[in-house]
Design a protein around this ligand. Structure first.
Ligand code: GLP
Length: 260
């Protein structure tokens, strides 16, 4: 895993948007994996800047969301589909129909999960998957002890995640208990994983994911198994990493042609 330590959230946005732009330059019809939560927002804002200045177009790309709440009414402002509509589709030039997410309002949820896996496969898999990390180490909504072989399925949120995500809802009671998420196994099939993380509250999870043992108890530690995974952390999120100085030096001396 490559660990890149940046000064702040804005710098994480510029760096990761640059990697996405390069991916799309090489493959204009790239398949992107989108994440929700606050961490990827600076990435979306920098992509928006590039699209508006004309140096990037996502018009031929496809995108897949990582996860979705179960049971929110269609168009609920906190559904991940609505969030991606606001943050990405309405502001960049990717066509709405090219962006798919798990259907959390399906009557037959297992069938919706299987159909989602098929859709990702039919698109040729994900080229670059953006990820955030929960304070308990979840990626997507794969809570602790999610199997590393798991596929898209229904999960139950931990009390911690419902508390963390209550800020987006009126109250904690309104946060759904159930979600659909790409499995850890699904996520690991993307060709490049880019996890963006900012803030002191994630420092412990980051240290465990990067430098701790590979364990289903810490779902983000699955990135250690991936041949091309990048973790971009601000100083606060990186503050508990033992080898922080080594990661800084490695990045500073990295040949520029390598990219992320
Ligand atoms: C949610 C999402 C995750 C995201 C996490 C962290 O639980 N399902 O994909 O990584 O929030 O969000 P934030 O970046 O807002 O801390």
């Amino acid at each position: 895993m490559e660990v890149v330590i940046v000064s702040d959230a804005a710098a994480s946005g510029t760096l990761v948007a640059g990697a996405i732009a390069e991916c799309v330059r090489q493959r204009p019809n790239a398949v992107l994996g989108l994440a929700t939560g606050s961490s990827p927002l600076p990435v979306y804002r920098d992509l928006e800047r590039r699209v508006k200045e004309g140096s990037l177009s996502l018009a031929h790309c496809k995108a897949f969301l990582l996860d979705e709440y179960v049971g929110l009414s269609a168009g609920h402002p906190q559904s991940y589909r609505a969030t991606i509509q606001r943050e990405v589709i309405d502001r960049l030039d990717i066509p709405a129909e090219a962006v798919l997410g798990p259907d959390g309002s399906a009557e037959d949820l297992p069938a919706a999960c299987a159909a989602y896996e098929e859709a990702i496969k039919a698109a040729g898999g994900v080229d670059l998957q953006l990820l955030g990390i929960g304070s308990d180490g979840h990626i997507g909504f794969n809570e602790p002890v999610s199997s590393f072989a798991s596929r898209t399925r229904v999960k139950t949120l931990t009390a911690q995640t419902r508390t963390d995500n209550a800020r987006f809802f009126g109250s904690e009671e309104e946060v759904p208990w159930h979600v659909i998420t790409q499995g850890v196994g699904t996520i690991l099939e993307a060709r490049h994983l880019v996890l963006v993380v900012t803030g002191e509250s994630k420092a412990d999870a980051v240290a465990q994911a990067v430098e701790g043992p590979i364990s289903a108890f810490m779902p983000a530690s699955a990135l250690q198994l991936h041949p091309h995974s990048t973790l971009v952390a601000d100083e606060a999120a990186a503050s508990q990493l033992k080898l922080a100085q080594y990661y800084r030096q490695t990045y500073e001396t990295k040949p520029s042609w390598q990219g992320l």
